[in-house]
Write a protein that binds this ligand. Structure first.
Ligand code: LLP
Length: 440
């Protein structure tokens, strides 16, 4: 539960990255996303170490969909890692931060032609292809630009990882990728090998997100290797890259127990060595973690705005944010731990429902949690909000999205400014009279 991210002092005030949350709320307002630099740094370094220990050619690729803004891309740059983007907008953000285009991997099950062109013109390192139609459009765009596009095929090996149905992607009837069981994968490989402006550098398979077991990652890699071997035997093709995607789970609640990935990576490395044909080159092993890099680094600060006790029913604690800044509880029944600033956790506790401010009964941030006695104006902090919170935020109810602040060594810096009401109408045109059949 982000134990390294949030600290208590002797007065039970909460600190993150060496800064008091009360000071952050005072200076930047609430709701506020706070990212702890040291947690992110440790996670990146941990993955780099795990990959280095495989002694294979490897590549860490951060999945930007978990959390991306210009400053995040800028922060990541010196690590020299790859960056996975899934839209022209994410690509634009990365390029705005001068991210090395060669380190960018372009994903997405629907890539509009203009985005493919943009990616090829920018010189992105790899495009992960998701459909037969996309193979044709990349071929067309690459031919028009006179380049050869480096592509991977996204395969769906039929691995059913135990995670929420909405964030599961590798099962056989997924909307993503080329199914291995149904022959579409074979058609895609043939086409990719035939088309002159495509350079098929390898295979990719991502099986889902927030996976708390190690086995599916290994099974995924094994399925990719077996598929590669089939092509090696048939036509002598051997991939230069095998990308097993992301999905490594994090600890939201006490029941979440992410596996130690060391043994899995060692098994993966052994399988890659064993199954690579003697005459072929070892493929580069790539992974694409998003959540496991940023999830535990994030906390969100809210101000308690209202308290309500339903006689014989729930005790509500309502805060000044909710589903607009964190859609995950409503969308996936995701659990978030929460703390009240300045209150001893061993004080008299009661069961509370933490509600948001959005006009929906379903806007509940935490359905049930024991908390010390709250007061209006208290600061409530939810933990493990670094992944898929800011990146999935909306302006529902015309509520501006919160700022994102990075904390490092007792210093805070703004990564994304808080939106203003003026921002909300920036793209609106004022009403201009239209002809109507009847006067009002
Ligand atoms: N690579 C590919 C191809 C992906 O589709 C994803 C996530 C990742 C990497 C990164 O997965 P991660 O390591 O972050 O689990 N909005 C959902 C999560 C959707 C994940 C989509 N793909 C949520 O809030 O749980």
């Amino acid at each position: 539960m982000g134990p390294d991210t949030l600290h208590n002092d002797e007065t039970n005030h909460l600190w993150v990255g060496g800064v008091r949350v009360a000071d952050l709320a005072e200076e930047y307002g609430t709701p506020l996303y706070v990212m702890d630099e040291s947690t992110m740094r440790r996670r990146v370094q941990e993955f780099v170490r795990l990959l280095a220990e495989t002694e294979l050619p490897t590549r860490l690729v951060y999945a930007g969909k978990a959390f991306l803004c210009q400053a995040m891309a800028g922060w990541l740059k010196p690590f020299g890692v790859g960056l996975d983007v899934v839209s022209g907008g994410e690509l634009y953000t990365a390029l705005a931060a001068d991210y090395d285009p060669a380190a960018i991997v372009f994903h997405g099950n629907v890539k509009p032609g203009a985005e493919i062109r943009y990616a090829l013109e920018a010189g992105v390192g790899q495009i992960v292809v998701d459909s037969l139609a996309e193979l044709q459009s990349i071929e067309r765009e690459a031919a028009a630009l006179g380049v050869r596009a480096r592509i991977l095929l996204r395969l769906t090996p039929g691995i059913d990882a135990h995670t929420h149905a909405f964030i599961r992607t590798g099962q056989f009837d997924s909307k993503f990728g080329f199914g291995l069981a149904d022959g579409i994968g074979d058609a895609a490989v043939k086409s990719a090998l035939d088309l002159p402006h495509l350079d098929l550098i390898g295979f990719h398979a991502h099986i889902g997100s927030q996976i708390l077991e190690a086995e599916p990652f290994f099974a995924n890699l094994e399925a990719l290797l077996e598929y590669a071997l089939k092509w090696y035997r048939q036509v002598g093709y051997w991939p230069r890259v095998l990308d097993i995607g992301g999905g490594f789970g994090v600890r939201y609640g006490e029941d979440d127990d992410p596996p130690d990935l060391g043994p899995t990576f060692r098994r993966i490395a052994a399988a890659v060595r064993e199954m690579t044909p003697a005459e072929a080159r070892l493929p580069e092993l790539a992974i694409e973690p998003g959540r496991s890099i940023v999830g535990e680094a994030g906390v969100t600060l809210y101000r308690v705005g209202a308290l309500k006790r339903v006689p014989g029913g729930k005790r509500y604690l309502a805060v000044d944010g909710g589903m607009g800044d964190n859609i995950r509880p409503a969308l996936y029944q995701a659990f978030y731990p929460a703390r009240l600033d300045g209150k001893a956790t061993n004080e008299r506790t009661d069961e509370f429902t933490v509600a948001g401010r959005y006009c929906e009964s379903g806007d509940i941030l935490v359905p049930s949690i024991r908390l010390p006695e709250p007061g209006v104006g208290d600061l409530l902090v939810t933990l493990v909000t670094g992944a898929y919170n800011y990146s999935m935020a909306s302006n529902y109810n015309r509520i501006p999205r919160p700022a994102v602040v990075l904390v490092a060594d007792g210093e805070a810096s703004v990564w994304v400014e808080r939106e203003s009401w003026a921002d909300l109408v920036r793209h609106d045109r004022p009403y201009a009279a239209v002809p109507t059949p009847n006067d009002v």
